[in-house]
Design a protein around this ligand. Sequence first.
Ligand SMILES: Nc1ncnc2c1ncn2[C@@H]1O[C@H](COP(=O)(O)OP(=O)(O)O)[C@@H](O)[C@H]1O
Ligand SMILES: [Mg+2]
Length: 161
Amino acid sequence: MRPQKDFLKDETATAQLGAALGHVLRPGMTIHLQGDLGAGKTFLTREILRAMGHTGRVKSPSYTLLELYTVELQGHTVEVLHFDLYRMGSPQEFIDAGFREYFGSDKICIVEWPEQAGNLLPSADIDLFIAAENEGRTVELRANSELGATCLENLYPSPNH
Ligand SMILES: Nc1ncnc2c1ncn2[C@@H]1O[C@H](COP(=O)(O)OP(=O)(O)O)[C@@H](O)[C@H]1O
Ligand SMILES: [Mg+2]
């Protein structure tokens, strides 16, 4: 599936995208969120978690690198891992923290600043790029797997199908 581009004119539009993502992400999937500080990566994650039924706080993991959540999706208990690797010193830290084991499991991984882990991170099902433009945000979503492509088709249904 081709990359999907969107303009999010305000916070509400970003919140709607986050909610939509929260409804299509499935256990075992990873999404990478890329963009400058203040672009909206944590904001999107909050809305994803809210759409998955999480009602508590969503703290930015900028100092802890990882925050864990447990949600109920279609009758199954699913762990959602929210990483922010911005302050990670080196890829070795990623290995030492045991982060590698989380990927490829039945958890849902949402990763801010994936580029900080170098090539230690497996490629994500979905890469999302967000950037400030004028008063809003531009966003681009790319699928790298069958699962990711199915998600994007659900998010942006093709008019021909
Ligand atoms: N479409 C939008 N237009 C304008 N502001 C937005 C939009 N989406 C999100 N924001 C704002 O951008 C900021 C993003 O902050 P945050 O999510 O912490 O950034 P990041 O995690 O990428 O560093 C928030 O203050 C949020 O209200
Ligand atoms: Mg953030």
